[in-house]
Ligand binder design. Sequence first.
Ligand code: SER
Length: 584
Amino acid sequence: MKGIELRNKFLEFFKSKNHTIISGAPLIPENDPTVLFTTAGMQPLVPYLKGEKHPGGTRLADYQKCVRTNDIDEVGDNRHLTFFEMLGNWSLGDYFKQDSIRFSYEFLTKVLNIPSEKISVTCFGGDSDAPRDKEAAKVWEECGIPKERIYFFGKDDNWWGQEAGPCGPDTEIFYDTGAKPCCESCNPSCDCGKYIEIWNNVFMQYNKKDDGTYEPLAQKNVDTGMGLERMLFLLQSKNNVFETELFSPIIDKVRSLSLEPNDESLRIISDHMRSSSLLICDGVLPSNVGQGYILRRLIRRTIRHMRKIGFDVDRITEVCETLVDSLSDMYPELNANKDNIIEQVKKEKNRFMNTLIKGEKEFGKILNKLKIENSDMIDGHSLFRLYDTFGFPPEVTAELAKENGLKVDMEGYKKLFEEHQNKSRQETAGTFKGGLADHSEVTVAYHTVAHLLLESLQRILGNHVEQKGSNITSERVRFDFSHPEKVSREILDKVENMINEQIDRGLVVTCEEMPLDKAREYGAKGVFNSKYGEMVKVYTIGDFSKEICGGPHVDNTSKLKHVKIVKEESAASGIRRVKVVFVD
Ligand code: SER
């Protein structure tokens, strides 16, 4: 079975169980300034898990592209990835443990034909926040999983939630590879590789508040996530994800062009190129802050490993081509963005190569100095200098250092970095770990500004303008749109005036739910409409704008302050980016 078939079977199965199939969100959260990337299928659904009505109803399923960067440095072994696909199904106050477990069991044993004996499960063992999950265990027993293969663990293993927001006990489903137990007490919680976690069913019935305490959620939800890559390699009887068709064409290509290929480098290259290409599709560009910095690190680490295995980095674009060709059936956006992917990767490669030679020389000098001093620690100043002057990400230095048996003072580096980059710190700090949408008043207000902005841009520049992305923080709205050339200050002033006029007019903002077809007839704009199910919400701002959107918004434009467009720049070829802020 190929990856695309697994995805389709999953969606078909949940459709047959009356779930609405929704589209996943982009990798860059649209209106959530607290996270850098979409890391789980539930993330774009937080407002609905908390009780807002979803236009698709109470049973949803989708596939979600995810990027997790906390263990970027672990990639290279046989299981860590920075990009993966999560297949998920949700109950928003609809079914709970009983049906959730039964659906999972049926899908695994009847659709994927996995023998029941291969399945072990874990349930929450209970603590002062929530009781032992006997209910889940009972359903598993009824399905035919014997007691010996039902394990109970604490919060570390069987609880899912982020820093704050919806959370709860989970039951995790493991596939037994048949490998020998690593020890007498070998069980699914040990990571010897005998048991592979394939699916996580979270019973979200609590909300974790910012102060760390739990309160019951208004509705009891189910949130599940299955890792497509893992499930696939098990179904294909391969040893690991890198042997599936999702990676092997890329690995084969790089191997065939390398002098001294090794598994670790080939895995890093194939994983990082996959995540980089998909990030570029969703509008990320290499830079020194936020998402752009992660992309830069991914591409630069790829190049370092290409050099390490004797791969001519000028041929990196050929790897991009192989990647796009081999993955476009699953991610058609790769094909649509092929030229842009190649251009961005090539540009970043050139930028890095220009600095790499000098940086490596500098690194050599540091090595000599350390030898003389008889030290094995690269200090924060040297790390920062390599980064600031030579464009060497500290993680790359750390890797080089490790290869030379040295350590790095990352803490010292971080301190210096923060001192020097006070401004960019605001954009990156605190956003790595994950968290939940900040729907504070000002972000809601900026969201309404985004609607006024799109309409104004279209009225002034023309109908070719389409929204290509937006990112809202409590400081500003950043908005990307298609337009072939720079927008002059004069035009920006006109756009600004048009928005401010609508604010002065005090237009009422209303919301109506309707089927997608009707919304189109009604003339609602909606670049992101495919994300939602059959029923959609349409926000109307007086006689000025109609847009499909999940909300929320202010109820009257008079609640907004006047705005100013403070920046206009290129975001990618044919895409402009503006930043709009409230002024007093
Ligand atoms: N949110 C859970 C996870 O990420 C289930 O989807 O594992």
